[in-house]
Design a protein around this ligand. Structure first.
Ligand code: NAD
Ligand code: UDP
Length: 312
């Protein structure tokens, strides 16, 4: 049994990770400031003695004892990370410094939930880990992109300077149950709009692409990454390489929900990446991992979740 700290553990991915690690009989300390996370997401774990939930903002130091740290704290939806951009950068940068300091004191292994956004609007396709990216450092997405890039820098400097055992996973668009219905990300937006019969809002002409990974696959990748040999630090791309345009996603969700919703086009946000698809050769080789859940199957489960919210 390990003592595992999960920051951002009451959020979408974090709550699934808590669940999986609890099932493996570890002791879990879930830390969250509830900006986009909800206590409700982990309520079903709270009756177990090996689960502890703590309200804490990672921009402040934390003194606890741990063996492993998964650092997930940070809003992931553009709408939320742009709401208070200064706090977003602080969460990534001060949060990383605080969690790395904790890992150094406790000699814990620490994993950073990094992102495909470190590649910005990429001019290499599909994205490989060796590509250094194309990020606008002063645009509206920069608080997130540059915050996450700086966090990666800090992880590698702690590794080189203090011999810390680090793992950096670059997560590509992930979806599934427990996304917030109003968090502005494309999968939750389209499903909620389709179920309500509202217009499906495509930003731009819908020709931009993303590659969507179901949350169970992603959680599996994070656990494999944490368990990999100490010499393997990453960065490693974690995502589903099957790529779709946003228009194709909208059409699929309309078909699956048998919705009467109409597609409408809205302005494309500034710096919205045009194409995104992970090259996952490294994850396949180093973690023996590749996604198992296809988009249609993952969307079915996610639609089911949003339907259940509507009836509760
Ligand atoms: P989420 O918004 O559901 O989860 C983030 C969690 O962090 C929330 O519970 C939030 O309340 C918490 N949090 C935010 N600021 C905090 C702070 N200062 N102190 C403590 N807790 C704080 O998002 P998610 O999709 O579950 O993302 C989890 C992690 O994975 C994030 O770091 C995100 O950047 C990364 N990621 C996610 C995706 C994706 O597609 N979901 C893609 C790339 C990277
Ligand atoms: N998007 C859209 N309609 C929406 C929400 C998002 O067309 O209602 C687009 C958005 O412009 C982007 C893609 O869908 O091109 C993915 O957006 P999301 O916010 O989910 O993630 P990210 O841009 O961070 O990949």
């Amino acid at each position: 049994m390990k003592r595992i700290l999960i920051t951002g553990g009451a959020g979408f991915i974090g709550s699934h990770l808590c669940e999986r690690l609890m099932a493996e009989n570890h002791e879990i300390l879930c830390v969250d400031n509830y900006f986009t996370g909800r206590r409700h997401n982990v309520a079903h774990l709270m009756s177990q003695a090996s689960f502890e939930l703590m309200r804490h903002d990672v921009t402040f130091p934390l003194y606890v004892e741990t063996d492993e740290i998964y650092n997930l704290a940070c809003p992931a939806s553009p709408m939320h990370y742009q709401f208070d951009p200064v706090q977003t950068t602080k969460t990534s940068v001060h949060g990383a410094i605080n969690m790395l300091g904790l890992a150094k004191r406790t000699r814990s292994k620490i994993l950073q939930a990094s992102t495909s956004e470190v590649y910005g609007d990429p001019d290499v396709h599909p994205q490989v880990e060796g590509y250094n990216g194309n990020v606008n450092p002063i645009g509206p997405r920069a608080c997130y992109d540059e915050g996450k890039r700086c966090a990666e820098t800090l992880f590698f400097d702690y590794h080189r300077q203090h011999n810390l055992r680090i793992k950096v996973g670059r997560i590509f668009n992930t979806y599934g149950p427990r996304m917030l219905p109003n968090d502005g990300r494309v999968v939750s937006n389209f499903i909620v709009q389709a179920l309500n019969g509202d217009d499906i809002t495509i930003y731009g002409d819908g020709s931009q692409t993303r590659s969507f990974c179901y949350v169970d696959d992603l959680v599996d990748a994070l656990i494999r990454l944490m368990g990999s040999a100490d010499a393997f630090t990453g960065p490693v791309n974690l995502g589903n390489p099957s790529e779709a345009t946003i228009l194709e996603l909208a059409e699929l969700i309309i078909k699956m929900t048998k919705s009467r919703s109409k597609i409408v086009n809205k302005a494309l946000p500034q710096d919205d990446p045009v194409r995104r698809r992970p090259d996952i050769s490294l994850a396949k080789e180093a973690l023996d991992w590749e996604p198992q859940v296809c988009l249609e199957h993952g969307l079915e489960k996610t639609v089911h979740y949003f339907k259940s919210l509507a009836t509760t």
